[in-house]
Design a protein around this ligand. Structure first.
Ligand code: NAD
Ligand code: UDP
Length: 315
């Protein structure tokens, strides 16, 4: 049994990670400030004696003895990370420093949830880990993109300078149950709009692309990365290479929900990447043949079921 700290554990991805790592027989400490996460996501784990919930903000140091740390704390939706950009960058940078300091002191292995956003609006398509990216340092998305880039740098420097055992994953757009229905990301927006019969909001002309990964595939890749061979630190892309335009996504959601919603077109936000698709050869090679198993239609169907139940109980 390992003792594992998950920062941001009450969020969308973190809650799935808590559940899976508990199921595998570990002791899990979930740390969160509830900015975008919710106790609801983890309340079903509260009766488990090996689960502990801590309200804490990663911009402040935290003392505990653990074997592993999954550093997931950071708002991930543009609407939320742009709400207080200075706080977002503090969360990524000071959060990384605090968690790396903890890992160094207790000799824990630490994994950083980085992002495909480190590639910015990519000039290389699809994106391999060797691509350095095309990021605006002073735009609306910079607090998130540059914060995550700086966190990667800190992880590498603590590894090289202090011998901290690190792992870095670059997560591509991920969706599934426990997403916050109001967090503004495209999959949750479209599903909630379709289920309520409201207009579906396409930003720009809808030809921009994303590659959508179901959360179970991400959790599997994340845990395999934590357990990967000692000499491998990443960064490694974890995503599903099946690429869709936002128009294709909207039409798929309408079809699967049998909705009468109409499409409406709104301006494309500043610096919105026009295309995004991971190269996952490195993950396949280093993570024991890992590859995504859940394709869009299957994952959307499960996620639609989740939001449908959620809307029925909250309306
Ligand atoms: P989320 O917003 O649902 O979860 C983030 C969690 O971190 C929330 O529970 C929030 O309350 C918590 N948090 C935020 N700031 C904090 C702070 N200062 N101290 C303590 N807790 C704090 O987002 P998510 O989709 O679950 O993303 C999890 C991680 O994965 C994030 O680091 C995100 O950047 C990364 N990521 C996610 C995606 C995706 O598509 N879901 C893509 C790329 C990277
Ligand atoms: N998007 C959209 N309608 C929405 C929300 C988002 O068309 O209601 C678009 C957005 O402009 C972007 C894509 O969907 O091109 C993915 O947006 P999201 O916020 O989910 O993630 P990110 O831009 O960080 O990949």
């Amino acid at each position: 049994m390992k003792r594992i700290l998950i920062t941001g554990g009450a969020g969308f991805v973190g809650s799935h990670l808590c559940e899976r790592l508990l199921k595998e027989g570990n002791e899990v400490i979930c740390l969160d400030n509830y900015f975008t996460g919710s106790k609801k996501n983890i309340e079903h784990l509260m009766d488990n004696h090996y689960f502990e919930l801590v309200r804490h903000d990663v911009i402040n140091p935290y003392m505990i003895e653990v074997d592993e740390i999954y550093n997931m704390a950071c708002p991930a939706s543009p609407v939320h990370y742009q709400y207080n950009p200075i706080k977002t960058i503090k969360t990524s940078v000071m959060g990384a420093i605090n968690m790396l300091g903890l890992a160094k002191r207790v000799k824990a292995k630490i994994l950083q949830a980085s992002t495909s956003e480190v590639y910015g609006d990519p000039a290389v398509h699809p994106q391999p880990e060797t691509y350095w990216g095309n990021v605006n340092p002073i735009g609306l998305r910079s607090c998130y993109d540059e914060g995550k880039r700086c966190a990667e740098t800190l992880f590498m420097d603590y590894h090289i300078q202090n011998d901290v055992k690190i792992k870095i994953i670059r997560i591509f757009n991920t969706y599934g149950p426990n997403m916050n229905p109001g967090d503004g990301r495209v999959v949750s927006n479209f599903i909630v709009q379709a289920l309520k019969g409201e207009d579906i909001t396409i930003f720009g002309d809808g030809t921009q692309t994303r590659s959508f990964q179901y959360v179970d595939d991400l959790v599997e890749g994340t845990i395999r990365m934590m357990n990967s061979r000692d000499g491998f630190v990443g960064p490694v892309n974890i995503g599903n290479p099946s690429e869709f335009t936002m128009l294709e996504l909207a039409n798929k959601v309408i079809e699967l929900t049998n909705s009468k919603s109409k499409l409406v077109y709104l301006p494309l936000p500043q610096d919105d990447p026009l295309q995004r698709k991971p190269v996952i050869d490195l993950a396949k090679k280093e993570l024991n043949g890992w590859e995504p198993k859940v394709q869009l239609e299957e994952g959307l169907t499960t996620t639609i079921g989740y939001f449908d139940r959620l809307l029925r109980t909250t309306d």
